[in-house]
Design a protein around this ligand. Sequence first.
Ligand code: PSV
Ligand code: MN
Length: 430
Amino acid sequence: MTNLPISADLIAEMNAAQTEALEEDYAALGRKLARGGIDIDAIKTRVAGFSVAVPSWGAGRGGTRFAKFPIPGEPTNIHEKLEDCAVIQQLSRVTPRVSPHFPWDNVSDYAGLREEAAHLGLGFDAVNSNTFQDQPGQTHTYANGSLAAQDEATRLQAVEHNIECIEIGRQLGSTDLTVWVGDGTNFPGQQDLGRSLDRYLEAAALVYAALPDDWRMLLEHKMFEPAFYSTVISDWGSSILAAQELGPKAKCLVDLGHHAPNVNIEQIVARLHRFGKLGGFHFNDSKYGDDDLDSGSINPHQLFLVFNELVEAELDPRDGFNPSYMIDQSHNVTDPIESMLSSAEAITQCFAKAQLVDREALHAAQEANDTMIAFQTLRRAYNVDVGPIIAKARAEAGGAIDALETYRLSQFRRRKAQERKPVGLGAGIV
Ligand code: PSV
Ligand code: MN
């Protein structure tokens, strides 16, 4: 039995008014794609099988280190966050899983939380540990690092926390632990660059040893912030070396905002796959650094090129192909539900466009060193407006043809503003 937050009647009523136009657009696009030998229904089936997880922390308004501007009705605990994530899933039908973060989402009964999520039509994705912040009453501070800290007791505390996250994740039905540590330095000389990595590897191996057989440990690299001179797992190179040293269940997670500006992320994706270490993604967009902007809002072409590599990887799976897809954004100036609806759409669009690439033509052009045709083969797919395919897949799955408009008409946030306690002011999250 599910208990969904948006009225099914509202969705049906809105969809009824938009179905005719959608069918017309879908038929027109279908004819266009058929001229190129593409069956639109087959693409729609692929789209219907696609999904991306949402982060529990993304349901709240984010902020910068300067300020956070909460909105009335924003969620303040995991139960309310799940409710908001259920809205996103109900309308978009592409975000059926939530990725929780601990201790932010701590509760006393995880079996109960799993059931609560199931009633909302949700499951759980990767569990995330947090050793980048101190918690009230914590024995050892993370001010000087966690898994890579100089102090052994601090390292063991961070290991224990990660193992506890695995235990929570087992109860929630997760099979991935995502580990991002902010460990690093702000001054040259502050720590030994080689030995800090040794300490990280030794501590991470203790976490790895506690992984159940069917679990993966996803190592998330990040170039800088909170450490501004050096970070222990700063880039995909450090990440893959660590993953190789840890073992086959350790994979690399690519957060799109965690690289130097203009780095070729799609090439990183291809490299990680080549060595069997592509574990998953945190989707977001960036103009300057780890901006955590909405996916596809700044550089949708890059997102398309990432999915293009993923299609290639799936066609040539080598040791397997099972990357986890997740959004990781900070919604500082929008309603987080609206941002995640928009981002889920942008991500699905890039997934769909990548399916449209004429692979035979692309590979033939590559073989023949025909640069322009190879490029235009990608460009042709990128230029297609796949909106009707996604909207139809969504509607057929019970979602809203126009998810954003339906959300606004539902007045969900206004209703929650009356029920939920206000969030305090203050700085944002990482
Ligand atoms: C770090 O910036 C990060 O991308 C990691 O995924 C964290 O878990 C998340 O953001 C916390 O906001
Ligand atoms: Mn991330």
